[in-house]
Ligand binder design. Structure first.
Ligand SMILES: *Cc1c(COP(=O)(O)O)cnc(C)c1O
Length: 410
């Protein structure tokens, strides 16, 4: 059993003489190199190792895609471009980042529930696969394809009838802005063929941030079986089915890392059961945070320490404007602490319990609450772990006008 008071990730950080190391380099050196705090640091090897762990655990026939929205930093995307089989994008800007990283257009899929006309046109022109989210979008794709003289590459995004149990964010199993309801998929396929368009695959995405291997495998089973049934009922040959992902990472105390071996074993069993049907059907798993979340660190520095009534406040130079998710305002119901460490005092025993707050004039700007820490001084480095996904690009960087944090991939 995991100690409910501790964060799983704290057992795996690298340190020497009490100093956090990232990519075998002491944190203070990295901060000197960047030149200022706050900053985001991403560990290239950690990403490489994460992909290797996935390749080792999942059946070899699984194609791995990276969902760029988790972290669109161009250098990081380019690094992942060497490791994964495709990218998933959800805006024209992300599409251009993906293409610039060297990924082939056919291995890029473009989802997004309200694609503007210009985005549809750009995606058709680029030759990326459009994950179609509505019947009207089909007509628009057909029109742009005809105007551009390009045969569009298309997959249907399905709003499944089932839910991903235990997901932090559910995206299916009820009315949804995403995709086409499962029961209307046969009609959408007929619409495509009446327009002379081919459907390369299906895309089912049920939710995010799931730490339950059995629930993921069950959603994968339902997705795969749905796709195989549609292929049979509609006499359609799909090139691929994207069964989504949703693999979570432990953010909060007491959470346990996803059992990747169990996901791999479950998928292997499922693939075996449907071996004949899968001979010429690719299975894609698309992941965001699982690939990059644990590789990222948000580094801030203590600028003040003060007492208010019975509470000790440690004030740092970074906060909610750079890292909204850590502040608890990105979809959480009850705020909980991410794993937060003092990067230059890892060997010191806890001496105090403090609230760490950022520079914004709002009570929402909390970096960590009721956190046991060693004795602190101005200049110490307060580091938020698990910050490689939904940090920089998912935060209100303009709020209060502080400078944006530099990002480096080391
Ligand atoms: C957000 C999203 C992802 C990535 O989610 P993670 O939780 O970061 O893995 C993948 N696919 C789709 C369609 C998404 O909307």
């Amino acid at each position: 059993m995991t100690n409910p008071a501790t964060h799983a990730r704290l057992d795996t950080i690298a340190h020497d003489a009490g100093t956090l190391h990232i990519a075998s380099t002491p944190l203070p050196r990295l901060v000197e190199m960047v030149g200022r705090t706050p900053c985001y640091i991403y560990d290239r090897d950690a990403i490489t190792q994460r992909v290797a762990a996935l390749r080792a655990a999942l059946p070899a026939q699984v194609k791995l895609h990276y969902a760029i929205k988790a972290n669109p930093m161009p250098a990081l995307v380019a690094h992942l471009g060497q490791l994964v089989d495709g990218f998933d994008v959800a805006s024209q800007h992300e599409m251009l980042v993906a293409l610039s990283a060297g990924m082939s257009a056919a291995s890029i899929s473009f989802a997004g529930p309200a694609k503007r006309d210009a985005e549809v046109r750009a995606a058709v022109a680029a030759g990326v696969c459009l994950n179609v989210e509505s019947e009207l979008e089909i007509e628009r794709i057909a029109r742009h394809g005809a105007e551009l003289g390009v045969a569009p590459r298309i997959a249907l995004r399905v709003n499944p009838e089932f839910q991903l149990k235990g997901a932090g964010m559910k995206m299916g199993g009820g009315a949804s802005p995403f995709g086409i309801d499962a029961e209307r998929v046969p009609a959408a396929l007929a619409q495509l063929s009446s327009l002379g368009l081919r459907c390369a695959g299906l895309h089912l995405y049920c939710g995010s941030q799931n730490l339950n291997a059995a629930a993921i495998v069950e959603a994968n089973r339902l997705s795969l079986e749905f796709a195989l049934k549609i292929a049979q009922d509609c006499a359609t040959r799909f090139e691929f089915i994207n069964i989504g992902g949703g693999y979570g990472i432990p953010y909060f105390a007491g959470e346990r890392a996803l059992d990747l071996e169990a996901v791999g074993a479950g998928l292997a069993q499922l693939f075996q059961r449907h071996a004949a049907a899968l001979e010429d059907l690719q299975v894609i798993v698309e992941l965001g945070r699982y690939l990059v979340g644990e590789a990222g660190y948000y580094v801030t520095r203590v600028v003040d320490i003060k007492k208010s009534q019975d509470k000790l406040f440690v004030m740092v130079d970074g906060g909610l404007h750079h890292h909204l998710a850590n502040s608890g305002n990105f979809g959480q119901v009850l705020r909980k602490n991410y794993p937060v460490v003092i990067g230059n005092k890892l060997a010191d025993e806890p001496a105090l319990v403090v609230t760490i707050a950022g520079p914004l004039c709002t009570p929402l700007d909390i970096v960590a609450d009721k956190l046991p820490v060693p004795s602190l001084a101005v200049g110490d480095l307060v580091v938020v772990l698990q910050s490689g996904a939904y940090g920089y690009s998912a935060s209100p960087l303009l709020f209060l006008g502080h400078p944006a944090p530099p990002e480096i991939l080391v």
